[in-house]
Design a protein around this ligand. Structure first.
Ligand code: AGP
Length: 639
């Protein structure tokens, strides 16, 4: 996710762009840049690092102009560097662009242009757009833009300037956000409202493949057939602060809501011709006799979920280790060990140390990271990237969910290469994963019922999360989420382990969150539920699957007819009404959230959304600083 802004009008574009980029830094901050038309040419200033680096550069060498575009980057292709920063120009410097999104077919287009002798100056997908534009340019920038976007696959929000039309700013989008703002002193394009709210609250919301043509005194729209049309002018009523959070009260809630979109992007990156495929395809799992997943915090919890998936599909043992422990344990590793390191920030000190320990012992290291160019991304032998975009809230949500996606895909690929899956099952599982974003969206549409239940859960001194098998793994994440933002003590426990001591803590009105997505273990977890209710506990049951066909059976056969733990995800009934479930027994001790159905192995991707929302609304009802919880940092770069 990046931030783009553009301006054309009476004022100097440079300070407008700089101020706008400051309001967009939450969308990415690896690098920043701008281009203004001045003296018959484009003056381009772009620097790796935070916006302040760009500001200093411009302070040293001031520039100005009445039309310009700016960009703040979240690296997805090509690590943070001056060359990879936007704006990008074509080889003749005729056309300048800024881009937010991911061009999925950039490699093919890059090869095609290179074959015509066009040399690239960056490793980005975005530069392909600028070079393609100049390749097509025959004197009409609107025609050129239409031709270019007809070749692009993936997502984009584009700001385009052409040296021959220095009074014209072009904008077009597909799947990435873009608005057009109008004011008495000029007009704007931006990724988001905060960038321009200081200048105007009158905006047009762009739809996919609509083309905007901005000049100082006019804003016109046309479709890709150049047919003009009019759009409704909207008025923004948000405050500037809430606008940065997209209208949400906290970044955490915004990031929870972004999960369907970032899951889709991450799935796309790991399947088909996605950016992660070359690394995934290069991994010969048959060369390893040991798999270790090591990480910290939520990333560790993702590893705990993944162990269930790897072992059920690949039939190979997987060890999951806390990086802070792994780094000091003199791990038994050698050249036949594959060590997978999971990290959102790519800068967690314990995980970096674990990486270096694994490499020192000759293991092959694969990292799963959200921040391109981070230490763990660069030092691991191989790296695949989650496409979660910048995650501002300290408590991870969307990054965690995208980590699960990449781990699922790795497990399926490994199982397939090990010959552990019957013909066709790998595709069935991938298709099941592709259905997850819609199911997550379905849960998010019913956030009110979870909010109501959470509001009644604020007073508990301690909340237990229980589950069995993969449900226990995701219970760990539910407990961590609650603890870190609500400051309520919590423990995650394997359901069958409660009776070995901890059940002594269950008393009148203790809250137990029980997770049940494993159909074959439904009766077992429900007996745990009865045990705690009989001792006075209240129970929130999440999943509520009924006994039924197993998912990937104990013999490794995938029950494609029934799919997951409680019926296949294919065309599953998405009409489940969470609110009906949660409110049906207002005075009983058992409330439950029924989730859309999917394969048991992928159910954590749905369960975690309910857990995230539960933790969020408990903390919100306590009025806490959810995005910056006490004692915590987004990236723990110290021991
Ligand atoms: C999760 O909500 C916490 N912020 C924390 O546990 C985090 O997952 C952990 O510090 C690991 O961070 P990383 O993914 O950036 O390595």
């Amino acid at each position: 996710m990046c931030g783009i802004i553009g301006y054309v009008g009476k004022e100097n574009a440079v300070p407008i762009i700089i101020e706008g980029l400051k309001k967009l830094e939450y969308r990415g901050y690896d690098s920043a840049g701008l281009a203004v038309y001045t003296g018959g040419n484009f003056n381009v200033v772009k620097r790796k690092g935070r916006l302040s680096v760009l500001e200093s550069e411009i302070g040293l060498r001031p520039t100005s102009g009445h039309i310009g575009i700016g960009h703040t980057r979240w690296a997805t292709h090509g690590e943070p560097s001056n060359e990879n920063s936007h704006p990008h120009l074509g080889r003749r410097g005729l056309i300048a662009i800024v881009h937010n999104g991911i061009i999925e077919n950039y490699r093919q287009l890059r090869d095609e242009l290179a074959g015509k002798g066009i040399e690239f100056t960056s490793q980005t997908d975005s530069e392909v757009i600028a070079q393609l534009a100049e390749y097509y340019y025959k004197g009409d920038i609107v025609d050129t833009t239409i031709k270019v976007v007809s070749r692009l696959e993936g997502s984009y929000a584009l700001g385009i300037m052409c040296i021959d039309e220095p009074d014209t700013l072009i904008a077009i989008k597909k799947d990435s956000p873009l608005i057009v703002g109008v004011s008495g002193h000029g007009h704007f394009i931006a990724s988001d409202v905060p960038a321009i709210l200081k200048h105007t609250n009158r905006v047009y919301y762009m739809n996919d493949k609509e083309l905007a043509i901005l000049r100082e005194g006019s804003v016109r729209f046309c479709n890709i057939d150049r047919e003009p049309f009019r759009k409704p002018l909207e008025t923004i009523t948000w405050s500037l602060d809430s606008a940065e959070k997209g209208g949400y009260p906290h970044f955490m809630l915004k990031e929870i809501m972004e999960q369907p979109a970032v899951l889709r992007s991450t799935i796309m990156s790991a399947t088909g011709a996605g950016a992660n495929r070359p690394v995934i395809d290069s991994l010969d799992i048959t060369g390893f006799n040991k798999i270790v997943i090591t990480a910290c915090g939520s990333a560790y919890n993702a590893g705990m979920v993944a162990r269930n998936v790897f072992e059920r599909l690949c039939k190979v043992p997987v060890e999951v280790e806390l990086a802070s422990e792994f780094r000091y344990k003199d791990a038994i590793l050698d050249a036949r060990s594959l060590v997978i390191l999971v990290s959102q920030s790519g800068e967690t000190a314990d995980t970096i140390a674990a990486l270096r320990e694994a490499r020192a012992k000759g293991a092959t290291t694969l990292s799963i990271v959200n921040v391109v160019g981070s230490t763990i991304a660069k030092e691991a032998d191989l790296c695949i990237y989650t496409a979660a975009g910048p995650e501002i809230a300290v408590a991870t949500t969307k990054a965690f969910s995208t980590q699960l996606i990449l781990l699922y895909v790795l497990a399926i690929e490994f199982a397939s290469r090990l010959g552990r899956l019957p013909p066709g099952v790998a595709q069935v599982l991938i298709d099941e994963i592709k259905g997850l974003p819609d199911k997550v969206a379905h849960i998010l549409e019913q956030v009110d019922s979870i909010q109501r239940y959470a509001s009644k859960s604020v007073g508990y001194k301690s909340i237990f999360f229980i589950g069995r098998n993969i449900d226990y793994a995701i219970a760990l994440e539910g407990s961590l989420k609650l603890k870190e933002i609500s400051y309520i003590h919590s423990e995650a426990y394997a359901g069958g382990e409660l009776k070995h001591g901890t059940i002594s803590l269950i008393e009148e009105d203790t809250l137990v969150v029980a997770i049940s997505n494993c159909a074959r273990l439904y009766d077992k977890i429900m007996s745990n539920v009865e045990q705690v209710i009989s001792r006075g506990a209240k129970v929130l049951l999440i999943g509520d699957c009924h006994s039924g066909a197993p998912g990937v059976g104990q013999d490794g056969e995938h029950d494609s007819e029934h799919g997951g733990g409680h019926g296949s995800g294919h065309g599953a009934d998405l009409s489940t009404d969470l609110s009906a479930e949660l409110d049906a027994e207002p005075d009983s001790r058992l409330s439950h959230i029924a989730l859309p159905q999917t394969d048991e192995l992928f159910s954590p991707s749905l369960t975690v959304v309910a857990l995230q929302l539960f933790a969020y609304f408990v903390a919100a009802n306590k009025g806490l600083d959810i995005d910056k919880p006490r004692n915590l940092a987004k990236s723990v770069t110290v021991e």
